[in-house]
Design a protein around this ligand. Structure first.
Ligand code: ZN
Length: 416
C-alpha cells in the first residue's frame, strides 16, 4: 500500500470574489470527484490564524515539531547540495545594491540578478574571509544569491541572530542583533559576538565592493552582501525512523529538496505535475509526496482571477494521476496564500481530502474551503501522519511496545 500526498502549495485563500474563494469559483471536476468519493475536512499545519512559510508548514505536515526546525539557512544550504557542518551557521545572502547616506545603507535593489560570472568571481576573491575569530565562506548559487557559512575558531557561533535583509522594498539594511528570547543563558553572549562579526563583515564588504572596478561601469552597483535566515544543523530523527515509511519527495523547489535531505527523504526533481504523475506509476515507495508551486506563485500576483486559472490548470492535470487499487491519496495544501491584501501567506486553514479503499465517505461533493468544512475531518499537522499510518494499516495500538517503538509496527524486530 502506498500513500500519495498531493500538495497544492498555497491553495487556500480568502473570500475574494463575492465572498467566495478562488477554489470555490474554479471549475475543478477532478478534485470534486475525489472529494465526492472520499473523506474531506479542514486541515491546519499549526494553529488557526498563524501564517507559515512553506518549509515550516512541510516540517509540521510530516509530523515534526517547531523544535526540529534548524533555520531556513540550513534548509537552503542543503537544497543547494552544500555540505552542512555542525558548529557552523548558514545564511541565505544576496548581492544587493545600496546607497549610503547619513542614516545608513538604503537598499535600491535587494537582489541584483544580472550579476555576471566574472563579477561574482571578483566578489568571492575580494570580500573578507576572516574577521576577529570568525571565518566566512561563501557559495554562489546563481541569480545574485549566495549561501554564507560562518564558523568560529572555538565554535563560539550562534544562529540566534536577526536578519540584515529587511525583506520589503525601500528600506535600510538592518543591524544584525542577538535574539535574547530564543537564546539559552550561555548562548546570548555568543549570539551577540556572532551578530557583531556579521555586521563588520557587511560593512567591510561594502567598502571593498563599492570601489571595485566592475562597479564603476555598472548602472546599478552590486555593492552590498545582504544576509538573512541564519540556521544551524540539528540532529533529527529521519522520516523512515519516525514513521517506518520509505518516503520520496517529487518537487521542483530547492527548498523542498533541502528539507527532504534534512529528514532523510529521497528527492526527485520534477518540472511539472504531469512529469510527476507519469513517474508515480513506477515508484515503489510507501510514501510519495508530490508538490506543485504553480498555484502559490500565481497567488503572489494578487489577482484572484489568475489564481482561478492556475487552479483549473492543476485540476485538469489531476486526471493523469493513475492510482493503484490500494493506493491512499491525500490532497491538501501547506498554507493559504491570499490573492488579495498585504500578507505573503495567511493563517486560514485549508481543505483536505482522503481518497482510498477503506476511507469513510462523507457527504462533501466539492473540494474547497467551505464544502470541506462540512466534512468529516478536523486535523492538524501533528495528526496527519498518524491518520496516514492508520489508513495504510500500519498504526500501532497505543499500548503495545514492540522494539522500543510507539508510532508504527516495525517490519524487522530484533529477536532475543
Ligand atoms: Zn507553500
Amino acid at each position: 500500500m502506498r500513500a500519495i500526498l498531493l500538495l497544492l502549495d498555497g491553495l487556500g485563500d480568502r473570500g475574494v470574489l463575492n465572498k467566495k474563494t478562488p477554489l470555490q469559483c474554479a471549475k475543478t471536476p477532478n478534485l470534486d470527484m475525489l472529494a465526492k468519493e472520499g473523506m474531506c475536512g479542514i486541515y491546519k499545519a499549526y494553529k488557526e490564524g498563524v501564517p507559515l512559510s512553506t518549509e515550516i508548514a512541510h516540517l509540521l505536515l510530516w509530523g515534526y515539531s517547531l523544535e526540529d526546525y534548524p533555520g531556513r539557512g540550513v534548509i537552503e544550504a542543503l537544497g543547494e547540495d552544500i555540505k552542512v557542518e555542525e558548529n557552523k551557521i548558514y545564511l541565505r545572502m544576496s548581492i544587493a545594491s545600496v546607497k549610503r547616506d547619513e542614516k545608513g545603507f538604503f537598499i535600491l535593489e535587494r537582489r541584483v540578478k544580472d550579476i555576471k560570472d566574472n563579477e561574482v568571481e571578483e566578489i568571492l576573491k575580494e570580500v573578507p574571509k576572516v574577521i576577529d575569530n570568525y571565518k566566512f565562506n561563501m557559495f554562489y548559487t546563481g541569480e545574485g544569491d549566495f549561501i554564507l557559512e560562518v564558523g568560529e575558531k572555538f565554535d563560539r557561533v550562534s544562529d540566534k541572530i536577526s536578519d540584515a535583509d529587511p525583506f520589503y522594498k525601500n528600506k535600510y539594511v538592518l543591524k544584525v542583533k542577538a535574539i535574547k528570547e530564543i537564546c539559552k543563558d550561555e548562548e546570548y553572549p555568543i549570539a551577540k559576538s556572532t551578530a557583531e562579526a556579521i555586521n563588520k563583515f557587511m560593512k567591510c564588504s561594502y567598502n571593498l565592493l563599492d570601489n571595485i572596478e566592475f562597479n564603476k561601469k555598472r548602472e546599478l552597483k552590486a555593492n552590498f552582501l545582504l544576509p538573512k535566515w541564519a540556521g544551524m544543523i540539528k540532529k533529527v530523527e529521519s522520516f523512515k525512523d519516525r514513521w517506518g515509511l520509505n518516503g520520496v519527495v517529487l518537487a521542483k523547489s530547492k527548498l523542498l529538496k533541502g528539507l527532504a535531505r534534512y529528514l532523510g527523504l529521497d528527492f526527485i526533481r520534477i518540472d511539472s505535475l504531469k512529469e510527476g504523475f507519469n513517474l508515480i506509476n513506477e515508484l515503489n515507495y510507501d510514501f510519495i509526496h508530490i508538490h506543485t508551486k504553480e498555484i502559490d506563485e500565481v497567488s503572489h500576483l494578487k489577482d484572484p482571477k489568475e489564481k482561478i486559472k492556475a487552479i483549473e490548470k492543476v485540476d485538469n492535470e489531476i486526471k493523469n494521476l493513475k492510482l493503484k487499487n490500494d493506493d491512499l491519496l491525500i490532497v491538501t495544501a501547506d498554507h493559504s496564500t491570499p490573492s488579495v491584501g498585504r500578507l505573503i501567506h495567511s493563517g486560514e486553514s485549508v481543505p483536505i481530502l482522503f481518497y482510498g479503499k477503506y476511507v469513510r465517505k462523507d457527504k462533501v461533493k466539492e473540494f474547497n474551503e467551505i464544502s470541506c468544512s462540512e466534512g468529516h475531518l478536523r486535523i492538524s499537522g501533528d495528526e496527519l501522519m498518524y491518520l496516514i499510518l492508520n489508513y495504510l494499516d500500519r498504526a500501532l495500538l497505543l499500548s503495545l511496545r514492540p522494539g522500543g517503538l510507539y508510532r508504527y509496527y516495525p517490519e524487522n524486530l530484533e529477536i532475543l
